[in-house]
Write a protein that binds this ligand. Structure first.
Ligand SMILES: Cc1ncc(COP(=O)(O)O)c(C=O)c1O
Length: 472
């Protein structure tokens, strides 16, 4: 791995401070601001001298001083690193660009995966060996043209593989030209909004519901109107009664996010009717429809769409892994041309090498096998997690029995604040989410959302349950 890029403002040859001291201070500033941390490699002196157009000796002088003062630690062949124990300075000025207002994320380290973290598939069960073999093959067979600009709407082989998969697995009849490859759900939703919606448009969303949907629509100037959800999914009648109507509705019919209930058939039909009559759009967010444990997966809402009103948003984040950043959108045939035009503006294309790997994974049958294995594994892990948590928490909590999805809802006593508990759990290294944080208008329910896909045994769940109990 190459050392992190440093941010050097131009050196000033007219300054009374010698150049080597200016370099010295730039490293000190970077350390003070936290842009360089213990263990980070610094560039080789020769490479840095070349980059800055300086004599090697000038950079050597700066490095010697930093080493003598204990900031740098030479490690022979392994290069030079920032010494252990060096911490950002108190009151240090932050370097421009190292942090942004409101951005609490480290730019360097990815946090480790925590127990119960949501939106993660079973990372230990991913078929890495097959993935690596396909990856190596795709790299080896890369042609010149594969290194040129990517196809904006997605790699042809992947669009075709997705169309075939959707036909077989989700009951969606679509041509590859209707499939647009994106970098994930938000990219998909942004594209739809630019193509079909306008600022000020009202859009029905689920309450409780997936926060990024509400946030993104709001940011794009749309008016997100919350519609309650019950055990049959979105209360469609509520939406139909709204005299102001809406230009679109965003729904998660397979497993409502976060309650994991399914949208009933009568409501699906009523929603489709509404869209056809009002010329409105339905955005189907089918983020984990494959993972249903009590029966075969339900066909997608899109499979019932005879009037061309449903835009289907799929993602590989749950069925492969979220770091892959590949999602897709299926648009009605009449909208293909419009999305091609808008896509030229808003889609820059996705990495083609990754698309080629995914396409091969699908066409060679690994994807179907992987999903089948995961469905079985998640069914078991869900049961194990419920068992372990019940052993630890007893009657104090109630766990919803959803037909599918990748998280459990642990209902808390009403007087218990889920947000406060979540903060305490995070402090103890457990990543639950608070149900009330997903609610917009109905703030009543207190509960924990717990991803179970990475909980490997009832024992682990029981121990985690005991830690939750201690913090309740
Ligand atoms: C409700 C919902 N929609 C969509 C997604 C997929 O998002 P992305 O494709 O950006 O990873 C997720 C992932 O967690 C989700 O929970």
């Amino acid at each position: 791995m190459s050392p992190p890029a440093q941010r050097f403002s131009p050196l000033d040859p007219g300054s009374s401070e010698p150049i080597y001291r200016q370099i010295y201070w730039r490293f000190r500033d970077a350390i003070n601001a936290g842009a360089l941390a213990p263990g980070d490699r610094v560039p080789a002196a020769r490479a840095l001298a070349k980059e800055l157009g300086l004599a090697r000796g000038t950079v050597d002088s700066a490095y010697s001083l930093l080493t003598a003062e204990g900031y740098f630690q030479p490690r022979g062949q392994a290069g030079t690193v920032i010494s252990n124990g060096i911490r950002p300075g108190p009151g240090a000025t932050e370097l421009e660009g190292t942090r942004h207002a409101g951005d609490n994320c480290s730019i360097r380290d990815k946090s480790p995966v925590l127990p119960f973290q949501m939106a993660l598939p079973a990372l230990d069960a991913f078929p890495r060996k097959i993935w690596a073999q396909i990856g190596a093959r795709c790299v080896r067979t890369m042609r010149m043209q594969d290194m040129a600009q990517p196809s904006v709407h997605g790699l042809g082989s992947l669009r075709t593989a997705i169309a075939t998969y959707l036909q077989v697995a989700r009951g969606i009849n679509c041509a590859p030209t209707q499939v647009f490859v994106t970098t994930g759900y938000r990219n998909t939703l942004t594209l739809i909004a630019h193509a079909l919606l306008a600022p000020g448009d009202r859009v029905f969303i689920e309450d409780p519901g997936y926060l990024p949907t509400r946030q993104l629509l709001g940011h794009l100037g749309m008016h997100a109107v919350s519609v309650p959800v019950d055990s049959d999914g979105l209360l469609v009648a509520h939406a139909l009664d709204d005299p102001l109507g809406a230009r679109a509705a965003v729904v998660t019919p397979a497993h409502q996010s976060p309650l994991s209930v399914s949208l009933s058939l009568p409501r699906r039909l009523a929603l489709l009717d509404w869209a056809a009559q009002q010329n409105s759009w339905i955005i189907e967010d089918d983020y984990d429809g494959e993972y249903r444990y009590i029966s075969r997966p339900l066909p997608a809402l899109k499979s019932l769409d005879r009037q061309g009103r449903v835009l289907y948003a799929g993602t590989f984040s749950k069925v492969l892994f979220p770091g892959i950043r590949i999602g897709y959108l299926v648009v009605p045939p009449a909208q293909v041309e419009r999305f091609e035009k808008i896509g030229q503006m808003f889609l820059g294309g996705c990495p083609e090498l990754t698309q080629a790997i995914v396409a091969t994974f699908l066409t060679e049958g690994h994807f179907a096998r992987h999903i089948q294995r995961m469905r079985k594994l998640y069914g078991e892990r869900r049961e194990d997690t419920v068992k372990g948590l019940k052993e630890a928490l007893g009657e104090r909590v109630c766990i919803d029995s959803q037909p599918g999805g990748m998280h459990l809802i642990l209902r808390l006593p009403q007087e218990q604040s889920d947000t406060a508990l979540v903060a305490r759990l995070l402090g103890a290294g457990i990543h639950a989410e608070a149900l009330s944080d997903w609610s917009i208008e109905r703030k009543g329910d207190s509960g924990l959302l717990l991803g179970f896909a990475n909980i490997q045994s009832p024992d682990v769940a029981r121990q985690l349950g005991q830690r939750i109990l201690a913090l309740m």
